[in-house]
Design a protein around this ligand. Structure first.
Ligand code: AMP
Length: 213
């Protein structure tokens, strides 16, 4: 399957994407994970993205499109992909549309995961992430077996730099201003499936139904 997962930070895009990859071999492509990897490795890309990420701002559309143009042409995309955290602005959505047309590819549809703001705030402040494999935990609802150690890979589980209260509040404002308009964009394209649900299973069920699976 080829899907875009839209939704505010903390809506559950990453969790849903990870579950969907188990269904048919589609790969999760998270621009946030790619950028965090580049920051950790100290690459030129990481240096360019780091300050914006830490403040909860978006990195430039050009930088993101450069990453995605290469990423979507990699071999593992042949079985499908789940775009998690991309596109995040109207210019990115337009550039993606052109890129896919040039590649002769079509998306199945766009899933907009709609979760109330109070749930999002609670999730983001209690969320913890594995620095190595990106596994997501929650100190309240899904803690690691050993504090600070990833159950899946043994990596260090931390609170992300952009999950301080100030950065979270900025990320939600940026989302409302720059990313929320994408729902209208894809509605007009006739591609939008909005799911109002706080459980990832409910989101997966709605996606399966739409895919006819
Ligand atoms: P995420 O893990 O998706 O919440 O992304 C973490 C941070 O990476 C965001 O707050 C942005 O600074 C940056 N980022 C990730 N994806 C994008 C994108 N598509 N466009 C611009 N910035 C992005």
């Amino acid at each position: 399957m080829k899907l875009i997962l839209l939704g505010a930070p903390g809506a559950g895009k990453g969790t849903v994407a990870k579950l969907l990859t188990k269904m048919d071999g589609s790969v999760q492509i998270s621009t946030g994970d790619i950028l965090r990897g580049a920051v950790a490795a100290g690459t030129e890309l990481g240096k360019q993205a780091e300050a914006a990420m830490k403040a909860g701002d978006l990195v430039s559309d050009d930088l993101i499109m450069g990453i995605m143009k290469d990423r979507l042409q990699e071999d593992d995309c042949k079985n499908g992909y789940l775009l998690d955290g991309f596109p995040r602005t109207i210019p990115q959505a337009e550039a993606l549309k052109k890129l896919l047309a040039d590649m002769g590819e079509e998306l199945d549809f766009v899933v907009n995961i709609d979760v109330p703001r109070d749930v999002i705030l609670d999730r983001l402040t209690t969320r913890r992430t594995c620095e190595d494999c990106g596994a997501i935990y929650n100190v309240k609802s899904n803690p690691t077996k050993v504090e600070g150690v990833c159950d899946a890979c043994g990596g260090k589980v931390v609170q992300r730099d952009d999950e301080t209260e100030e950065a979270i509040s900025n990320r939600l404002d940026v989302y409302n201003e720059k990313t929320a308009p994408l729902a209208d964009f894809y509605e007009k394209e006739g591609m939008l499936l909005t799911v109002s649900a706080t459980s990832s299973d409910a989101v997966i069920d709605a996606i399966k139904e739409k895919l006819g699976k």
